[in-house]
Design a protein around this ligand. Structure first.
Ligand SMILES: Cc1cc2nc3c(=O)[nH]c(=O)nc-3n(C[C@H](O)[C@H](O)[C@H](O)COP(=O)(O)OP(=O)(O)OC[C@H]3O[C@@H](n4cnc5c(N)ncnc54)[C@H](O)[C@@H]3O)c2cc1C
Length: 415
């Protein structure tokens, strides 16, 4: 009998996992099913560019099923809940799916309703998010007409998808308003719950310095309690940040069905997961990839891609009755768009913070340094995403473990 592998979610992680598994197992050896609630696969890193008119929502969306190899079953339905004891998935359309192995790849969900006033009268009028295609497009229209006042970019709480995206938004806004000749009439503020511009000290210092150079105000340890209708963010500690235009990254949680599946999730509906094997804590035949996992890695497509190799190997080990490999090291890398056709690149894992140097070896892309070549890398990545990452291909010369060869372990005082 073929093994039944059910994958919950047909985004980045679900698609690349299904494609890798389909290459590994013949049709006789495994039936692979992907369950997904819609047929619109959004290239989410492209959302950053939409508000600045640098791309359009229709250019970053493709049908989901077309990203899956032949021989993968695609079921378009919402997931209702999972019965871990019975190894059964219940779908909203009434059907059920039995599994030998379950892969949870249902990502993170925006929960703006958790913040008082965020969805109030100002929503989509002077309060936006660029984390959805609709929000990014609406924000684009608002930015076009914004030529004086205070723009506030606010992260409600961590964790969020792509923790550098709000910083990139600030840098691009600085560039965009400068190009339009209105920068000196606009004050830009970045409000974050972190105690610095970023979590890791060396990158935080670099990125904080870049905000200061551009005259972007940084407000740290700001936990947004309320978005008031008269145009201000109110922190839990009573601090207030007035705005004319607010760009808010709402609170994130896991998929709602996780909360309806006894034993599967934590209080935020993320799935407790072994950070090295990617096996769920709740059952040995459940694995987790991408933003759905509670592992201490960034919620990023690059992380999801690097996890894919370990996860698929461990599904194979599990089905063969072999011990799992603790293969995932927390590897993440992100291009950080900084405006003026430049970007910087950071590369890090659970143990090593982003360091200067080059990626992936002593000759390569500059790390923690703005350059045009990194900007080109960021633009090229969309094509890599559709043609290499989603099909589950290994990228030549770029393994899933973090490379160390090009990294400076001692940071020069003045670079
Ligand atoms: C604005 C923005 C910019 C970003 N920039 C970058 C970047 O530059 N670099 C980078 O590496 N990453 C970036 N990311 C993050 C990256 O897109 C995600 O980390 C990645 O897509 C995670 O993959 P995933 O498979 O875990 O989740 P997703 O790709 O989000 O897929 C989850 C899927 O599960 C489905 N699902 C959820 N619940 C259900 C249900 N109940 N029933 C059926 N289906 C369900 C969803 O519809 C979705 O398709 C960015 C994200 C955003 C929002």
């Amino acid at each position: 009998m073929p093994k039944r592998i059910v994958i919950l979610g047909g985004g980045t992680g679900g698609t690349l996992t299904a494609n890798r598994l389909r290459r590994l197992y013949s049709l006789d050896a495994a039936v692979i099913t992907v369950v997904e609630q819609d047929d619109r696969h959004v290239y989410q890193p492209g959302l950053l560019f939409v508000p600045f008119g640098l791309t359009h929502p229709e250019d970053i969306v493709r049908p989901r099923e077309r990203q899956l190899r032949i021989g993968i079953d695609f079921v378009e339905s919402e997931i209702e809940h999972v019965d871990i004891d019975a190894c059964k998935v219940h779908l909203a359309n009434g059907a059920t799916l039995d599994y030998d192995v379950l892969v949870v790849a249902s990502g993170a969900r925006l929960v703006p309703e958790e913040t008082e006033g965020l969805l109030g009268p100002g929503w989509m009028k002077d309060v936006f998010t660029f984390y959805t295609p609709e929000g990014a497009a609406a924000l684009g229209s608002a930015l076009e007409h914004f030529d004086r006042g205070r723009l506030v970019v606010d992260v409600v709480d961590m964790p969020i998808k792509c923790p550098v995206a709000p910083l990139e938004f600030c840098f691009l806004a600085d560039w965009y308003f400068t190009e339009r000749g209105v920068r000196d009439q606009i004050q830009i503020t970045y409000a974050t719950p972190l105690d610095a511009a970023f979590t890791k000290p060396i990158a935080a210092a670099q990125l904080g310095g870049m905000l200061a150079e551009r005259g972007i105000e940084l407000v740290t340890e700001f936990n947004t309690g309320e978005v008031a209708a008269d145009g201000k963010l109110i922190g839990y500690d009573g601090r207030e940040i007035p705005f004319d235009l607010a760009v808010v990254i709402p609170l994130h949680g896991g998929a709602q069905y996780v909360g309806r599946s006894p034993g599967l999730g934590d209080e935020l509906d993320f799935v407790p997961t072994d950070e090295h094997t990617l096996q769920a804590k709740c059952a040995p035949n459940v694995f987790v990839i991408g933003d759905a996992a509670n592992v201490p890695a960034s919620k990023a497509g690059s992380v999801t891609h690097f996890e894919g190799e370990t996860l698929v190997e461990n599904v194979r080990h599990f089905l063969a009755g072999e011990p799992l490999e603790p293969g995932f090291d927390g590897h993440a890398n992100c291009f950080i768009e900084t405006g003026y056709h430049k970007a910087l690149l950071i590369d890090f894992n659970y143990d090593t913070e982003p360091l200067p140097g080059h990626y992936p070896a002593q000759v390569g892309l500059p790390l923690l340094k703005e350059s045009r070549v990194n900007h080109l890398g960021k633009l090229l990545f969309q094509s890599v995403y559709w043609h290499a990452l989603l099909p589950g291909r290994d990228l030549p010369g770029l393994g899933s473990s973090m490379p160390t060869a090009g990294k400076q372990t001692r940071v020069p005082e003045e670079d």
